[in-house]
Ligand binder design. Sequence first.
Ligand SMILES: Cc1cc2nc3c(=O)[nH]c(=O)nc-3n(C[C@H](O)[C@H](O)[C@H](O)COP(=O)(O)O)c2cc1C
Ligand code: SF4
Ligand code: SF4
Length: 250
Amino acid sequence: LRAEFENAGHGCEIVPCRYAPPDIFKRYDLVGVAFPVYGFRPANNILDFIERAEPAESAVGFLLACCSLIPANSLRRAQKALAKKGVNIIAGITIRGEESWTAVRFKGLIIGRGRPDERDDARLRNFAREVTRRWRMFREGEPVPPVRFKRFSPWGLIGLITTRRAMRYAMLGKFLDEEKCTQCGLCAEICPTGAIRLQPYPVFGEQCMGCFGCVNLCPEEAISTPLTWGRTRYKGHRTLREAGIAPLHS
Ligand SMILES: Cc1cc2nc3c(=O)[nH]c(=O)nc-3n(C[C@H](O)[C@H](O)[C@H](O)COP(=O)(O)O)c2cc1C
Ligand code: SF4
Ligand code: SF4
Protein backbone atom coordinates (compact mmCIF):
# COMPACT_ATOMS: atom_id res chain seq x y z
CA LEU A 1 0.00 0.00 0.00
CA ARG A 2 2.76 2.39 0.95
CA ALA A 3 4.55 1.79 -2.38
CA GLU A 4 1.39 2.62 -4.33
CA PHE A 5 0.62 5.75 -2.29
CA GLU A 6 4.20 6.92 -2.78
CA ASN A 7 4.03 6.17 -6.52
CA ALA A 8 0.99 8.45 -6.64
CA GLY A 9 3.11 11.21 -5.07
CA HIS A 10 1.84 11.00 -1.48
CA GLY A 11 3.84 10.65 1.72
CA CYS A 12 2.94 7.62 3.82
CA GLU A 13 3.87 6.66 7.38
CA ILE A 14 3.18 3.31 9.03
CA VAL A 15 2.55 3.65 12.76
CA PRO A 16 1.88 0.70 15.08
CA CYS A 17 -1.35 1.57 16.88
CA ARG A 18 0.43 1.16 20.21
CA TYR A 19 2.48 4.28 19.35
CA ALA A 20 -0.26 6.22 17.53
CA PRO A 21 -0.91 9.67 18.98
CA PRO A 22 -4.51 10.25 20.14
CA ASP A 23 -4.99 13.08 17.63
CA ILE A 24 -3.96 10.89 14.68
CA PHE A 25 -7.21 11.46 12.78
CA LYS A 26 -6.62 15.20 12.87
CA ARG A 27 -2.96 14.99 11.84
CA TYR A 28 -3.24 13.16 8.52
CA ASP A 29 -5.31 13.70 5.36
CA LEU A 30 -6.13 10.01 5.24
CA VAL A 31 -5.70 7.31 7.89
CA GLY A 32 -5.80 3.60 7.05
CA VAL A 33 -6.60 1.32 9.97
CA ALA A 34 -5.16 -2.12 9.36
CA PHE A 35 -5.86 -4.94 11.79
CA PRO A 36 -5.84 -8.69 12.17
CA VAL A 37 -9.13 -10.46 12.87
CA TYR A 38 -8.79 -12.11 16.29
CA GLY A 39 -11.78 -14.01 17.66
CA PHE A 40 -14.14 -12.99 14.82
CA ARG A 41 -13.70 -9.28 15.44
CA PRO A 42 -11.00 -6.65 15.01
CA ALA A 43 -8.12 -7.35 17.42
CA ASN A 44 -8.93 -5.85 20.81
CA ASN A 45 -5.91 -3.52 20.78
CA ILE A 46 -7.25 -1.93 17.57
CA LEU A 47 -10.67 -1.37 19.11
CA ASP A 48 -8.89 0.13 22.16
CA PHE A 49 -6.87 2.38 19.87
CA ILE A 50 -10.04 3.64 18.17
CA GLU A 51 -11.69 4.12 21.57
CA ARG A 52 -8.89 6.34 22.88
CA ALA A 53 -8.49 8.37 19.65
CA GLU A 54 -9.69 11.95 19.79
CA PRO A 55 -12.77 12.61 17.64
CA ALA A 56 -12.08 14.53 14.45
CA GLU A 57 -14.37 16.51 12.21
CA SER A 58 -14.95 14.80 8.87
CA ALA A 59 -11.73 12.76 8.88
CA VAL A 60 -11.24 10.21 6.09
CA GLY A 61 -10.04 6.66 6.45
CA PHE A 62 -9.87 3.21 4.92
CA LEU A 63 -9.78 -0.27 6.43
CA LEU A 64 -7.61 -3.32 5.89
CA ALA A 65 -8.59 -6.51 7.73
CA CYS A 66 -6.25 -9.49 7.73
CA CYS A 67 -7.71 -12.90 8.57
CA SER A 68 -6.79 -16.51 8.04
CA LEU A 69 -10.26 -17.66 6.90
CA ILE A 70 -13.28 -16.06 8.61
CA PRO A 71 -13.32 -12.28 8.90
CA ALA A 72 -16.97 -12.30 10.12
CA ASN A 73 -18.29 -8.73 10.22
CA SER A 74 -15.01 -7.20 11.42
CA LEU A 75 -14.88 -4.48 8.73
CA ARG A 76 -18.34 -3.34 9.74
CA ARG A 77 -17.43 -3.30 13.45
CA ALA A 78 -14.33 -1.19 12.79
CA GLN A 79 -16.31 1.12 10.50
CA LYS A 80 -18.95 1.67 13.21
CA ALA A 81 -16.34 2.34 15.92
CA LEU A 82 -14.59 4.85 13.65
CA ALA A 83 -17.84 6.58 12.67
CA LYS A 84 -18.26 7.47 16.37
CA LYS A 85 -14.95 9.34 16.09
CA GLY A 86 -16.06 11.23 13.00
CA VAL A 87 -14.03 9.10 10.59
CA ASN A 88 -15.66 8.52 7.22
CA ILE A 89 -14.51 5.20 5.73
CA ILE A 90 -14.13 5.44 1.95
CA ALA A 91 -12.91 1.87 1.24
CA GLY A 92 -12.12 -1.44 2.90
CA ILE A 93 -10.53 -4.76 1.99
CA THR A 94 -9.99 -8.17 3.57
CA ILE A 95 -6.75 -10.00 2.90
CA ARG A 96 -5.86 -13.50 4.03
CA GLY A 97 -2.75 -14.12 6.10
CA GLU A 98 -1.18 -17.23 7.57
CA GLU A 99 -2.93 -18.39 10.72
CA SER A 100 -0.88 -17.33 13.72
CA TRP A 101 -3.20 -18.69 16.39
CA THR A 102 -1.06 -21.57 17.62
CA ALA A 103 -4.05 -23.49 18.93
CA VAL A 104 -5.15 -24.45 15.41
CA ARG A 105 -1.73 -24.90 13.78
CA PHE A 106 -0.67 -28.44 12.99
CA LYS A 107 2.30 -29.72 11.00
CA GLY A 108 0.23 -30.71 7.94
CA LEU A 109 -2.52 -28.13 8.31
CA ILE A 110 -1.91 -24.42 8.46
CA ILE A 111 -4.84 -22.28 7.40
CA GLY A 112 -3.84 -19.58 4.92
CA ARG A 113 -0.35 -21.01 4.41
CA GLY A 114 1.75 -18.78 2.15
CA ARG A 115 -0.74 -15.90 2.23
CA PRO A 116 -0.57 -13.09 1.47
CA ASP A 117 0.75 -14.18 -1.94
CA GLU A 118 1.36 -12.45 -5.28
CA ARG A 119 -2.34 -12.29 -6.09
CA ASP A 120 -3.05 -10.67 -2.73
CA ASP A 121 -0.25 -8.23 -3.48
CA ALA A 122 -1.92 -7.30 -6.79
CA ARG A 123 -5.29 -6.90 -5.03
CA LEU A 124 -3.68 -4.62 -2.46
CA ARG A 125 -2.05 -2.49 -5.15
CA ASN A 126 -5.39 -2.08 -6.94
CA PHE A 127 -7.01 -1.27 -3.65
CA ALA A 128 -4.45 1.47 -2.94
CA ARG A 129 -5.18 3.01 -6.35
CA GLU A 130 -8.93 2.90 -5.64
CA VAL A 131 -8.41 4.48 -2.20
CA THR A 132 -6.36 7.28 -3.82
CA ARG A 133 -9.08 7.84 -6.44
CA ARG A 134 -11.85 8.02 -3.85
CA TRP A 135 -9.82 10.26 -1.57
CA ARG A 136 -9.31 12.74 -4.44
CA MET A 137 -13.07 12.68 -5.14
CA PHE A 138 -13.70 13.40 -1.46
CA ARG A 139 -11.23 16.29 -1.46
CA GLU A 140 -12.82 17.79 -4.54
CA GLY A 141 -16.28 17.59 -2.98
CA GLU A 142 -17.55 14.93 -5.38
CA PRO A 143 -19.89 12.30 -3.90
CA VAL A 144 -17.95 9.16 -2.92
CA PRO A 145 -19.92 5.91 -3.40
CA PRO A 146 -21.08 4.66 0.04
CA VAL A 147 -19.13 1.73 1.49
CA ARG A 148 -21.28 -1.10 2.85
CA PHE A 149 -19.64 -3.99 4.67
CA LYS A 150 -21.29 -7.22 5.78
CA ARG A 151 -23.51 -6.33 8.74
CA PHE A 152 -24.29 -9.77 10.11
CA SER A 153 -22.28 -12.96 10.40
CA PRO A 154 -23.10 -15.87 12.72
CA TRP A 155 -19.40 -15.92 13.62
CA GLY A 156 -19.73 -12.26 14.55
CA LEU A 157 -21.96 -13.35 17.46
CA ILE A 158 -18.96 -15.17 18.95
CA GLY A 159 -16.99 -12.00 18.23
CA LEU A 160 -19.27 -10.14 20.63
CA ILE A 161 -18.01 -12.16 23.59
CA THR A 162 -14.33 -12.48 22.69
CA THR A 163 -13.23 -9.65 24.95
CA ARG A 164 -9.62 -9.03 25.84
CA ARG A 165 -10.03 -10.99 29.06
CA ALA A 166 -11.83 -13.89 27.31
CA MET A 167 -9.01 -14.15 24.75
CA ARG A 168 -6.44 -14.14 27.55
CA TYR A 169 -8.28 -16.89 29.44
CA ALA A 170 -8.63 -18.89 26.20
CA MET A 171 -4.80 -19.09 26.11
CA LEU A 172 -4.97 -21.10 29.37
CA GLY A 173 -2.12 -19.01 30.80
CA LYS A 174 1.44 -18.30 29.73
CA PHE A 175 4.32 -20.16 31.31
CA LEU A 176 7.92 -19.00 31.26
CA ASP A 177 10.88 -21.37 31.31
CA GLU A 178 13.54 -19.30 33.10
CA GLU A 179 16.22 -21.82 32.08
CA LYS A 180 15.59 -21.01 28.42
CA CYS A 181 14.90 -17.27 28.72
CA THR A 182 17.90 -15.04 27.95
CA GLN A 183 16.08 -11.83 29.04
CA CYS A 184 16.60 -10.49 25.51
CA GLY A 185 13.46 -8.32 25.71
CA LEU A 186 12.11 -9.22 22.26
CA CYS A 187 8.76 -10.35 23.67
CA ALA A 188 8.29 -6.96 25.37
CA GLU A 189 9.21 -5.20 22.11
CA ILE A 190 6.73 -7.06 19.92
CA CYS A 191 3.82 -7.26 22.40
CA PRO A 192 1.13 -5.12 20.72
CA THR A 193 -0.50 -4.15 24.00
CA GLY A 194 2.66 -3.36 26.01
CA ALA A 195 1.64 -6.07 28.51
CA ILE A 196 5.16 -7.43 29.11
CA ARG A 197 7.68 -5.96 31.59
CA LEU A 198 11.17 -7.36 32.13
CA GLN A 199 11.77 -7.69 35.89
CA PRO A 200 14.38 -9.04 34.87
CA TYR A 201 12.38 -11.97 33.45
CA PRO A 202 9.17 -11.19 31.50
CA VAL A 203 6.09 -10.58 33.62
CA PHE A 204 2.72 -10.57 31.86
CA GLY A 205 0.20 -7.89 32.75
CA GLU A 206 -3.58 -7.52 32.51
CA GLN A 207 -3.39 -5.70 29.16
CA CYS A 208 -2.60 -9.05 27.45
CA MET A 209 -5.19 -9.83 24.76
CA GLY A 210 -4.06 -13.40 24.07
CA CYS A 211 -2.61 -12.77 20.60
CA PHE A 212 0.15 -15.43 20.96
CA GLY A 213 2.76 -13.00 19.61
CA CYS A 214 5.19 -13.58 22.48
CA VAL A 215 4.65 -17.36 22.42
CA ASN A 216 5.21 -17.50 18.66
CA LEU A 217 8.19 -15.19 18.39
CA CYS A 218 10.39 -15.89 21.43
CA PRO A 219 13.65 -17.11 19.80
CA GLU A 220 14.27 -19.52 22.70
CA GLU A 221 10.70 -20.88 22.77
CA ALA A 222 10.75 -20.00 26.46
CA ILE A 223 7.07 -19.00 26.63
CA SER A 224 4.41 -21.68 26.28
CA THR A 225 0.75 -22.34 26.94
CA PRO A 226 -0.93 -25.74 27.22
CA LEU A 227 -2.31 -24.99 23.73
CA THR A 228 1.14 -24.94 22.15
CA TRP A 229 2.21 -28.44 23.04
CA GLY A 230 3.01 -30.42 19.93
CA ARG A 231 1.92 -27.65 17.57
CA THR A 232 3.91 -25.56 15.12
CA ARG A 233 4.42 -21.89 15.89
CA TYR A 234 4.07 -18.95 13.57
CA LYS A 235 7.41 -17.26 12.99
CA GLY A 236 6.56 -13.89 11.56
CA HIS A 237 8.52 -10.68 11.53
CA ARG A 238 10.73 -10.67 14.58
CA THR A 239 10.91 -6.97 15.21
CA LEU A 240 9.11 -3.86 14.09
CA ARG A 241 12.33 -2.77 12.38
CA GLU A 242 12.55 -5.96 10.34
CA ALA A 243 8.95 -5.38 9.24
CA GLY A 244 10.01 -1.93 8.02
CA ILE A 245 7.90 -0.20 10.66
CA ALA A 246 9.41 2.61 12.72
CA PRO A 247 7.53 3.55 15.89
CA LEU A 248 6.56 7.23 15.69
CA HIS A 249 7.56 8.01 19.27
CA SER A 250 10.20 5.44 20.11
C1 LIG B 1 -5.87 -15.01 18.91
C2 LIG B 1 -6.16 -15.16 17.46
C3 LIG B 1 -7.48 -15.25 17.02
C4 LIG B 1 -7.73 -15.34 15.64
N1 LIG B 1 -9.04 -15.36 15.22
C5 LIG B 1 -9.30 -15.41 13.89
C6 LIG B 1 -10.64 -15.37 13.41
O1 LIG B 1 -11.60 -15.25 14.16
N2 LIG B 1 -10.85 -15.45 12.07
C7 LIG B 1 -9.82 -15.55 11.18
O2 LIG B 1 -10.06 -15.64 9.98
N3 LIG B 1 -8.53 -15.56 11.60
C8 LIG B 1 -8.26 -15.49 12.93
N4 LIG B 1 -6.96 -15.50 13.37
C9 LIG B 1 -5.89 -15.52 12.39
C10 LIG B 1 -5.37 -14.13 12.16
O3 LIG B 1 -6.38 -13.29 11.64
C11 LIG B 1 -4.16 -14.18 11.25
O4 LIG B 1 -3.22 -14.89 11.92
C12 LIG B 1 -3.70 -12.79 11.04
O5 LIG B 1 -4.53 -12.11 10.18
C13 LIG B 1 -2.28 -12.73 10.54
O6 LIG B 1 -1.72 -11.64 11.17
P1 LIG B 1 -0.84 -11.84 12.52
O7 LIG B 1 0.43 -12.42 12.04
O8 LIG B 1 -0.72 -10.47 13.04
O9 LIG B 1 -1.58 -12.73 13.43
C14 LIG B 1 -6.67 -15.42 14.72
C15 LIG B 1 -5.35 -15.35 15.18
C16 LIG B 1 -5.09 -15.22 16.52
C17 LIG B 1 -3.67 -15.11 16.97
S1 SF4 C 1 11.74 -13.18 23.96
FE1 SF4 C 1 11.99 -15.12 25.02
S2 SF4 C 1 14.16 -15.14 25.61
FE2 SF4 C 1 13.66 -13.01 25.10
S3 SF4 C 1 13.02 -12.10 27.10
FE3 SF4 C 1 11.16 -12.83 26.10
S4 SF4 C 1 10.87 -14.90 26.94
FE4 SF4 C 1 12.98 -14.33 27.36
S1 SF4 D 1 -0.08 -12.94 24.11
FE1 SF4 D 1 1.93 -12.09 24.58
S2 SF4 D 1 2.36 -10.64 22.90
FE2 SF4 D 1 0.13 -11.05 22.87
S3 SF4 D 1 -0.77 -9.46 24.14
FE3 SF4 D 1 -0.41 -11.20 25.48
S4 SF4 D 1 1.60 -10.79 26.40
FE4 SF4 D 1 1.43 -9.46 24.58
